[in-house]
Design a protein around this ligand. Structure first.
Ligand code: BMA
Length: 311
């Protein structure tokens, strides 16, 4: 019998390019947060020139979203950001801290990919704060509260010696980051052996911070992007309590298997609900946006009861 950890929404995909009032080729990888009486989503779209922008959509129930007339983040034309966002902006995450929304997104340019951090209170105006990584580091997810008096984040630098691993860093002000430490590496001879990277901003649970990450497996037919789960210590999130041995979501629906990039489920956002469920959002094949629901505690159980042995 098939045991589903994440139950896909029946109306998937929840957003496609047909729902967007301006011309785009894709709608995928979205950060989502509760805002006002509903939900707000910042999603990535490729334009015909192959570069990405970030659009915005609103919903009252977290499933049916209406896209606003204009995108929310375009590559900047001012100052330092313009140099580093020249090739586009991608994969926005949203973390709410003390009534303020912290956005982190990939900034592409001739210098590589790095991550920009911006803030908004109202999802109408945007304040770019800083470029918070150097090149070849992306997937920054900010914890939704300060830990030990400091902001904390996970990210994913890459180097040949230690390919695509997850690190943690801390900051007093969201601008200067340090005390960095590697916390998770791709599992040898496992479904995530090629790359891992933070997905949704960590979700606080009684037993630890739940980190829903993406993992990549290389096959003769190309790469497969799946989602996995890890649990980090609440007081010291650089400590991993357990990593689920199995993935929690893999490409299965036709729009996850085939599209702009085949065989991809990629998350940038998950929203915890008061009733203990978690709404999870993912891009399908880098083409459409999908959603599903899980019991948060069931995913935590997987990290504790079915952990991989060799972390
Ligand atoms: C990653 C990122 C994601 C994308 C994924 C699959 O490296 O570029 O934005 O969804 O590849 O193509």
């Amino acid at each position: 019998m098939k045991k589903e950890i994440i139950k896909r929404f029946r109306g998937n995909p929840i957003l496609t390019k047909e729902d967007v009032p301006y011309e785009v080729e894709t709608v995928h990888n979205a950060g989502v947060a509760k805002y006002g009486d509903g939900y707000v989503m910042l999603f990535r779209s490729h334009r015909k020139n192959g570069r990405s922008i970030i659009g915005i959509a609103d919903s009252s129930d977290g499933y049916y979203f209406t896209v606003r007339e204009k995108p929310f983040i375009f590559p900047s034309e001012k100052g330092i950001f313009s140099e580093y966002e020249e090739y586009g902006v991608e994969d926005c995450r949203i973390s709410e801290i003390d009534g303020e929304y912290i956005l982190t997104y990939s900034a592409y340019s001739r210098h590589g990919v790095r991550v920009a951090l911006a803030k908004t209170k109202d999802f109408l105006s945007l304040e770019r704060v800083a470029l918070v990584t150097q090149s070849d580091c992306r997937n920054v997810v900010v914890f939704p509260e300060k830990i030990g008096g400091r902001y904390a984040r996970l990210d994913r630098p890459h180097s040949e010696i230690s390919p695509w691993s997850v690190w943690i860093s801390y900051s007093p002000d969201l601008v200067h980051w340090g005390d960095s430490k590697v916390v998770m590496k791709p599992g040898k001879y496992r479904w995530d052996e090629m790359k891992i990277g933070p997905g949704a901003p960590p979700v606080k649970t009684e037993r630890g911070w739940l980190n829903i990450y993406h993992g990549v497996f290389k096959t003769m037919d190309g790469a497969i992007y799946r989602l996995g789960a890890a649990l980090h210590d609440l007081g010291d999130p650089s400590k991993i309590i357990g990593i689920s041995d199995d993935w929690i979501l893999q490409p299965e629906d036709p729009w996850e298997v085939t599209g702009y990039v085949h065989n991809v489920v990629f998350t940038c956002g998950a929203v915890p609900e008061k009733d203990g469920t978690l709404k999870i959002y993912w891009g399908g094949a880098d083409t459409v946006l999908c959603a599903g629901e899980a019991q948060t505690e069931k995913i935590v159980d997987l990290c504790i009861d079915n952990p991989r042995k060799d972390i």
